[in-house]
Design a protein around this ligand. Structure first.
Ligand code: CA
Length: 221
């Protein structure tokens, strides 16, 4: 899951990006509205955490441009003041949720998980497929109700494929969801994660679509 964090407060930006990265999110952090606008036009994100008071162009303008471009990426707005006018402005401009500063990292993460669930059309918090269940909150994966130990990137690969069950993810899409800017990507990293997932879970869970990518087939109903 790849997040764009737009926050000009250096301490807060550092804290939030480090906290999210530690929890397994790929995070790109910008501190200027124009940089945010450029990032959103060139990179595909699962969600945006957007401060409203920014240098360059403000957060509402960034949000306005995003929605004017018919981009439905979920946006969580950060407001400095808990005033009705601020919250209404953020939501009316196309924000999906908001948090008032100061906030706890745990709440930000829970709200992001909820936004992602809604945007991917998942009914409940636990993702299930056949014998596998994945809980984004506890970061636990179960096979036949038994916990399976996965690395952070293996977990993220599995989550991305389960959230997109029935849709083929290319290697590039998987890499984009796993790594932020400037992070080194091994040339066959995704292949290794998929190989490990098949070994730790079961071989038929993830199918290779030759020359395209990987897919977890849609569940039969
Ligand atoms: Ca600010």
């Amino acid at each position: 899951m790849r997040i764009l964090l737009v926050e000009d407060d250096t301490l807060l930006g550092q804290g939030v990006s480090a906290g999210l990265a530690q929890a397994g999110w790929a995070v790109d952090w910008v501190s200027d509205g124009l940089d945010a606008d450029a990032a959103l036009r060139t990179t595909s994100y699962d969600a945006v955490v957007l401060d409203l008071g920014l240098p360059g162009i403000d957060g509402l303008a960034v949000l306005g441009r995003l929605r004017a471009a018919k981009d439905a990426t979920p946006v969580l707005v950060l407001t400095a003041r808990d005033t009705l006018a601020d919250r209404v402005a953020g939501l009316d401009a196309g924000g999906d949720d908001y948090l008032v500063k100061p906030f706890e990292l745990a709440e930000l993460q829970a709200r992001l998980r909820a936004l992602l669930r809604r945007s991917k059309g998942a009914a409940g918090p636990i993702l299930r497929h056949g014998r596998v269940a994945l809980d984004p909150a506890s970061r636990m994966v179960l096979l036949d109700d038994e916990p399976v130990e996965l690395s952070a990137r293996e977990f993220a690969t599995l989550q991305e494929l389960m959230l997109n069950a029935g849709r083929v993810r290319t290697r590039g899409q998987l890499e984009d969801s796993l790594y932020g800017w400037g992070e080194e990507i091994g040339s066959n990293a995704v292949e290794v994660y998929v190989h490990n997932l098949r070994r730790k879970l079961y071989a038929g869970l993830i199918r290779t679509v030759r020359g395209v990518g990987y897919v977890i087939p849609a569940a039969k109903t």
